[in-house]
Design a protein around this ligand. Sequence first.
Ligand SMILES: Cc1ncc(COP(=O)(O)O)c(C=O)c1O
Length: 358
Amino acid sequence: MINVTKTYLPPLEEYEAYLKKIWKTNWVSNNGPLVVELEAELKKKLGSKHVFFTGNGTIAIQIAIKALGLTKEIITTPYSYVATTTSVLWENCTPVFVDIDPYTCCINPRLIEEKITPDTEAILATHVYGIPCAIEEIEKIAKKHKLKVIYDAAHAFGTIYKNRALASYGTISTLSFHATKLFHTIEGGAILTDDDELAAKISLYRSFGHVGDEYFSIGINGKNSEFHAAMGLCLLGKVSDFIERRKQLFAEYDHALKSIDLIRPTVPGGTIFNFAYYPVIFKSEADVLKVKAALAQQAINPRRYFYPSLNKLPYITGADSCPVSEDYAKRVLCLPLYYELASEDVTRISNIIVKSLV
Ligand SMILES: Cc1ncc(COP(=O)(O)O)c(C=O)c1O
């Protein structure tokens, strides 16, 4: 079976070395030494003043929304994982969808201003597939209209944009370290900010709103454990190898699929890309279903990332239409891409795709 991704597990001895440390300290959660070490390493790697390791990438977005005090409208992308939208809804805010740019698949900055109302408080945009949003345009609009910017950087670990980690932009950026991600901690995520006041809030909110026996605010449990931090510490030094291998596989897919008419998202200039996903936009939904069925026969499972367009979720009512996102969501497939994928499998997958479309 070949799935869209495969979780990389380090050599067992490497993880065991951290387990021994945990057994020695008998400290398993609540800001233990490995969590502190991982956060320090992430700060160095990502260049962000504050990094909070969280239980997952969804609670990271929710805490970001809470810390910014958002209660009304949040402009967001319809082309992302469902957690981007559900976090907004879960925090009792209203998502206002702005269609995507057909080249990058990220929110289209030229369409944002027409959706701003007196109730707009923030922009929540996803660097989809690890491709940078239109950072400069978004910051300009945010400044002009006094909006906060949250980047859902769940896919962005390892991407550098204009000499800075992509995950370090915005008022707050959030990451997911789920087992499906390029860099993972089994379950996990992070909240990044350079703002000290926000950081103080995030720190409290992540931990029930209390420090020791003192209760300062309402909070939630957004913490993560020593066992999860241990996985992160095992993998951090391997990220450049993961990216390098994916880059090779990317080139192999590009070559093997060049005979068919596909759209591939564009990575803007100034980016050192992380090659996190291999999305392919086919000519029609019928082609997607044909390709998916042909691959399934060989136990190969690409995913319809991202389908449906989030403005079309069954529990969203009255959202404006987003024609590009709705169209792409129907026509996209992410092909298998992971560190341990064999080049022969890329050839085999590509051959099945090409054959199924003739
Ligand atoms: C774009 C995006 N945002 C948020 C999330 C949520 O992250 P997690 O699964 O760690 O809660 C994901 C995860 O898959 C994602 O792809």
